[in-house]
Design a protein around this ligand. Structure first.
Ligand SMILES: [Zn+2]
Length: 357
């Protein structure tokens, strides 16, 4: 990762490092990586300088990432901490990308293991067995051993996002899937970072292998572009119902790809509503609310062909962030897959009960 300035080097691996990455390198121990500041520390051994000159990140990566699988999400500057740490450990400590046989944790066609899963009604996390199958293209979890799965989720419309703050665990993940036209979320983690990231990559790998069969002419870069995504934006907004007398209510909003979802609480298993964002000019976002409407402050309006949503942020900056994020989605035409997903979703969810709010 090079979001921060490059200030360090690992002189046995031949790579230059930023402040974040050097911390991870040090935590692996000097038998893996020997680091030194580029200016503050003294470079007395000429052989180390020559070694750095002959290597550098490009040359070193060509070696240490020789068998980096297509499904593997290479962390960038905004990647969650667990992803960055596990990538660095996979690369240098476990040397997973030097030897495909070391990648069974995510490259096998089936995977079975345990994760902590948040209960649907009770807000506590409990241990559950999960099974991933490429053959059936599903991820299932079990409450009792030997019984039928409690839930079987199709991988195709599934997303996995790393959400440490939301789950309040450094390895927290949110799995979002679609069943019978309804979006659902489950929240999981494993105390071991490697196990967590193995599941994350295993889901990506199974999705990629499915796409390879479905779209044989496409390149790996095209097929991996949207295996999983982090959310554009999440946070509290106030939203008012469409009828006279409706009041503003606080909702947890998530902009997930083209789906703007709102929930009562951040960890709700089912969104109250899903707005699949379309294209201009029928769709537009504007600062403020129409004349005569109730205004809660820091307000903005989302115009859709069916309804106009009046929303209110908590600060001017948050309003700007939401308007920019939605505008960015509006500017990008939906892909055929995104259109198909939008067409398959019910707009109102709330476990089958129709709520007009
Ligand atoms: Zn870095």
């Amino acid at each position: 990762m090079q979001a921060l300035e490059v200030e360090y080097a690992s002189y046995n691996l031949g790579v230059f490092l930023c402040t974040t990455c050097v911390g991870i390198h040090r935590s692996m121990g000097t038998h893996i990586s020997q680091t030194r500041h580029l200016r503050v520390d003294r470079w007395l051994d000429e052989n180390q300088i020559i070694f750095m000159e002959q290597h550098g990140n490009e040359v070193s990566n060509a070696h240490y990432e020789r068998y980096l699988p297509d499904c593997y999400r290479r962390p960038d500057g905004c990647a969650p901490a667990v992803l960055l740490e596990q990538f660095i450990r996979a690369k240098y400590e476990r040397e997973e990308f030097l030897e495909p046989a070391r990648q069974v944790g995510y490259m096998a066609s089936t995977k079975s293991g345990h994760l902590m899963k948040r209960g649907r009604d009770a807000a506590k996390f409990e241990i559950r067995r999960f099974e991933l199958s490429e053959a059936t293209n599903t991820l299932s979890y079990y409450v009792k051993e030997g019984k039928h799965p409690k839930q079987t989720m199709s991988l195709q419309a599934m997303n996995v996002a790393l959400v440490p703050e939301k789950v309040n665990h450094p390895n927290g993940m949110q799995i979002t899937y679609v069943t019978h036209g309804t979006i659902r979320h489950i929240f999981v983690y494993h105390n071991d970072g490697q196990t967590t990231i193995d599941w994350y990559m295993a889901i990506r790998n199974a999705k990629l292998n499915y796409l390879r069969v479905a779209f044989p002419g496409h390149s790996a870069a095209e097929l991996t572009a949207d295996l999983t995504h982090d959310f554009h934006l999440e946070g509290w907004l106030h939203k008012i119902g469409p009828r006279a007398g409706d009041q503003y209510r606080r909702r947890w909003f998530t902009l997930d790809d083209r789906q703007l979802m709102y929930h009562d609480q951040p960890l709700d298993p089912v969104p109250k509503g899903v707005i699949s964002i379309g294209e201009p000019p029928e769709w537009a976002v504007k600062e403020g609310v129409p004349p005569g409407s109730k205004d809660q402050g820091f307000s903005f309006t989302l115009k859709t062909p069916e309804r106009t949503y009046l929303l209110s942020a908590q600060t001017a900056q948050e309003r700007t962030n939401w308007m920019q994020a939605i505008t960015e989605v509006l500017r990008t035409p939906p892909t055929p897959q995104q259109r198909a997903l939008a067409g398959s979703l019910h707009r109102k969810q709330s476990s089958g009960r129709r709520i007009l709010r």
